[in-house]
Design a protein around this ligand. Structure first.
Ligand SMILES: [Zn+2]
Length: 254
């Protein structure tokens, strides 16, 4: 079995085709899908979508660094964090790419949401682009008190081990399936298996076989296949261990 630990089935592009997508996911041996919210507006949609498929879609609530703004009404987020099926806080993080909200605003929103993670005893799903050092400095202050995953990790092997040392999981997306993605291959070859997760991040990241907009949870198998080749381990073993890891982090018991 497989778990897609990061998939935006709450994106409007899935509205019409969601039943087929879920059907294909189950046919391709998915046993759970984690669905992270990203802005205030997506919170209730995430809840609604996951409510339709209980024990298969699991909601995660947070404000993504792209969507932070001054004077966010955090009570809206807290309401959803308190729902019984919530599996984590996310996606949250830092993105220092051009055009993103100010670094100060992002940092403040991240700190607020990390505090919720400790208060409500939930793991976190972290998004990071071009800000791995400052992210590390912040997460370090919570070492031992917050668990989580760095989703679609895109930094160096050295940086990967720093986050593992803090207790984080590292999640591999379709990026690792691309034949020329040397850095991702290197990370997949060296990561301790008990720290590895799989995700499609659909509909945001292409795989070697499929354009981003057409990627679905079922493509988790293509990612597992690539990692099995890189590690020279049986496909089933990669599926089993990443599923166990995801169940442990997100406290999924089915
Ligand atoms: Zn995402």
């Amino acid at each position: 079995m497989l778990i897609d630990t990061h998939c935006h089935l709450n994106d409007s592009s899935f509205d019409e085709r969601l039943p087929e997508v879920i059907h294909r996911a189950k046919k391709h041996e998915l046993c759970a899908i984690i669905v992270p919210a990203y802005d205030l507006e997506s919170l209730s949609r995430t809840h609604r979508v996951c409510d339709h498929y209980p024990d298969f879609l699991f909601p995660v609530y947070g404000i993504h660094p792209w969507y932070v703004q001054p004077n966010i009404n955090w009570n809206d987020l807290v309401f959803f964090i308190n729902q019984p099926h919530t599996k984590a806080i996310g996606e949250i993080g830092l993105d220092h790419s051009e055009g993103c909200p100010s670094h100060d605003l992002q940092r403040e929103a991240l700190m607020i949401q990390l505090e919720y993670a400790t208060t409500y005893n939930l793991p976190v799903i972290i998004h990071c682009r071009k800000a791995y050092e400052p992210l590390y400095e912040i997460l370090k202050t919570y070492k031992g008190s917050i668990e989580g995953v760095i989703h679609s990790f895109s930094s160096s092997k050295e940086m990967m081990f720093k986050f593992i040392e803090l207790g984080y999981y590292i999640s591999f997306s379709g990026s690792v399936t691309r034949s020329k993605a040397r850095k991702y291959h290197m990370n997949a070859k060296h990561i301790p298996l008990e720290r590895m997760l799989l995700e499609t991040d659909s509909p945001c990241i292409a795989t070697e076989s499929t354009v981003a907009s057409q990627v679905e949870p079922r493509h988790s198998g293509e990612i597992a296949q690539m990692i099995s080749q890189l590690r020279n381990l049986p496909y089933e073993h990669i599926c089993d261990i990443t599923t166990q890891n995801a169940k442990h982090l997100f406290r999924i018991h089915n």
